[in-house]
Design a protein around this ligand. Structure first.
Ligand code: TXA
Ligand code: MG
Length: 312
């Protein structure tokens, strides 16, 4: 079934039910090498899944106290009984304590550890409403629990705590700048920030490089001056803020009134999806924020969605 979380909708199944987990991969057409996040209600349940020494227990406890329930996922050494299918045979498991009351209630009532990737076909834009889930996966799900629009709109921050050097694997609402001060004697590497080189260049190894992509080709720009003077027909232009001097024509779209990045994050996937499904546009030009704070997560998703395309 599909369930709302505070970040995006998830395609959920009992993490210990291998048949159900296999169905998740099949419905999403997700490669089996890409592991799932397991969701739990609280720290006590999280600790049932992982193997921690004293130092790691202290790190995890600090982060959970500060950020969970919420949009932070911890990659930790796993207990051996967690199915390999969930973790793609790795020695680690990604665990998150989601904050959404409906997701919490399903976990409490079912008493399950719930594995849930985003409820979209692999590589496509993540769903931030029940209707998005239906749009992509209609006919393949028995239930969608409608919790309205997701308040955050981009996927959780993922931090790998399993290696000697802590590493931020995916930027999200919770930023490295917020996490680092709580762990003053451990430096957190930033996988995405280190590996990016230029507006659309992507990290070499690791997480899939092209992801979150609309079918309509997406191109990124920072300032309006980078846009071609004479716009071709059938091009949508997406700006971060209404304050940006756009023409305000029928093909101009705005992600917020005033550039507030929380609003931008909440609207981003929905707008890209709407433009994609309108079939009115051959190209989408989208303004990319500076990779700072929440802008880091938004820029990351946009760069992956635009994958190596610069404005022609
Ligand atoms: O906000 C979210 O995290 C949403 C909601 C539904 O919780 N879930 C989500 O799941 O975004 P998914 O499957 O779309 O993305 C999970 C990411 C994948 O890129 C996967 O490679 C990574 O987490 N991941 C999972 N287990 C991992 C592990 N053991 N080590 C490193 N990365 C892992
Ligand atoms: Mg996903």
């Amino acid at each position: 079934m599909a369930l709302p979380t505070e970040t995006v909708y998830g395609l959920a199944a009992d993490a210990l039910n291998v048949r159900a987990i296999r169905q998740i991969f099949e419905i999403k057409k997700r490669p089996f090498y890409d592991p799932l996040i397991v969701h739990v209600t609280c720290l006590e349940k999280l600790l049932e899944l992982v193997e921690l020494d004293t130092k790691l227990l202290s790190t995890v406890s600090t982060l959970v106290e500060a950020f969970s329930p919420g949009p932070l996922t911890y990659v930790l050494p796993k207990k051996s009984w967690i199915p390999d299918l969930v973790t793609s045979g790795q020695t680690t498991v990604a665990v998150r304590i989601p904050q959404h009351p409906l997701f919490q209630e399903v976990m409490l009532r079912s008493r399950c550890f719930i594995a849930a990737p985003s409820a979209n076909p692999f590589g496509y834009i993540s769903p931030t409403s029940a209707s998005h889930v239906l749009q992509s996966l209609d006919g393949q799900l028995r239930h969608i629990l409608d919790g309205g629009d997701c308040p955050i709109g981009v996927e959780s921050t993922i931090i790998d705590l399993s290696q000697s050097k802590l590493c931020l694997l995916r930027p999200g609402k919770i930023t490295r700048e917020e996490i680092q001060p709580l762990l003053p004697d451990q430096e957190i590497e930033d996988y995405v920030a280190i590996a990016y080189d230029g507006p659309t260049k992507l990290p070499a190894p690791g997480l899939p490089q092209q992801h979150y992509s609309p079918k309509t080709p997406l191109y990124l720009f920072s300032k309006k001056s980078e846009l071609p003077l004479a716009m071709a027909e059938n091009v949508a232009r997406v700006f971060l803020s209404k304050r940006d001097p756009a023409d305000g024509g029928p093909d101009d779209f705005f992600l917020s009134e005033d550039g507030n990045l929380e609003v931008v994050a909440r609207q981003l996937f929905a707008l890209l999806r709407t433009l994609d499904h309108s079939h009115r546009y051959e190209k989408i030009y989208c303004q990319c924020p500076l990779p700072e704070g929440l802008g880091m997560a938004i820029a990351d998703r946009l760069r992956r969605a635009a994958y190596l395309k610069d404005i022609p």
